[in-house]
Design a binder for this molecule. Structure first.
Ligand code: PGA
Length: 250
């Protein structure tokens, strides 16, 4: 059975003080009936967030990981270290990681499988740039990004979340029209069904790219849009809760 999700990607934002205030405000007004809701703080604040969310229906995840358990990898944090703190979700292949940190399809695939091997849930981000969209390459890019994950079995997309995040919509205030998002989500679901029809039915595909309190409802009402991956708007408690309240249930 497919699940609805709202995920807040804080990126490299926040401080001990602002995080305490933000989570207090969200917790104080968190609805009784809410979808699965997770926040993705900068890694250094994860123990703080894990602590602040104790006893709350919300959960949390990591913004990236490194696909080795331990060793001489200065500056990196391993999946097992996140697991040590009770991490549930890990973002993989966010366009900022792909573009600014040169993460190749191979690296993204390694991280995806490493997260699954450690029984956590990867949130695989895919999406085209503006120039790719203008050249009519959206479906081609999505196909490549989804197929890069395929390994040697037919159930890669079981227990994972997919996020369609058109790069041109991230942090720009330009959201994909609900019909554009729906078309991309349906296409992605079709790609998954080429390997496993049950997984295609079950995998949540969430939308990211300038989601806010005013456009969430229309986006989430699309049949293949199962929620949102929210960047900037997740840093404001009221807006984030407005978005959470727009979710549909299965
Ligand atoms: P945005 O970011 O909501 O600020 O556009 C979304 C994301 O990068 O996940």
């Amino acid at each position: 059975m497919r699940q609805s999700l709202v995920m807040g990607n804080w990126k490299m934002n926040g401080s001990v003080q602002t995080i305490q205030a933000l989570l207090r405000d969200i917790r104080d007004h968190f609805p009784t009936h809410a979808p699965t809701t997770a926040v993705f703080p900068p890694a250094i604040y994860l123990p703080l967030v894990a602590d602040l969310l104790k006893g709350s229906p919300m959960t949390w995840g990591a913004q990236t990981t490194f696909a080795k358990d331990a060793g001489a990898f200065t500056g990196e944090i391993s999946t097992t270290m996140y697991k040590d703190y009770g991490c549930r979700y890990v973002l993989v292949g966010h366009s900022e990681r792909r573009q600014l940190f040169h993460e190749s399809e191979k690296i993204v695939a390694e991280k995806f499988h490493h997260v699954k091997e450690h029984d956590m849930i990867p949130v695989l981000c895919v999406g085209e740039t503006l120039s790719e969209r203008e050249q009519g390459l959206t479906e081609h890019v999505l196909t490549q990004q989804i197929r890069a994950i395929l390994k040697d079995n037919s159930s890669e997309f079981k227990n994972c979340v997919l996020a369609y995040e058109p790069v041109w919509a991230i942090g720009t205030g330009k959201t994909a029209a609900p019909e554009e998002a729906q078309a991309a989500h349906a296409f992605i679901r079709g790609l998954v069904s080429e390997t496993n029809k049950t997984d295609a039915e079950d995998v949540p595909i969430i939308y990211g790219g300038s989601v806010n309190g005013s456009n969430a409802q229309a986006l989430f009402s699309m049949p293949d849009v199962d929620g949102g991956l929210v960047g900037g708007a997740s840093l404001d408690a009221k807006t984030f809760l407005d978005i959470v309240s727009c979710i549909k249930y299965y």
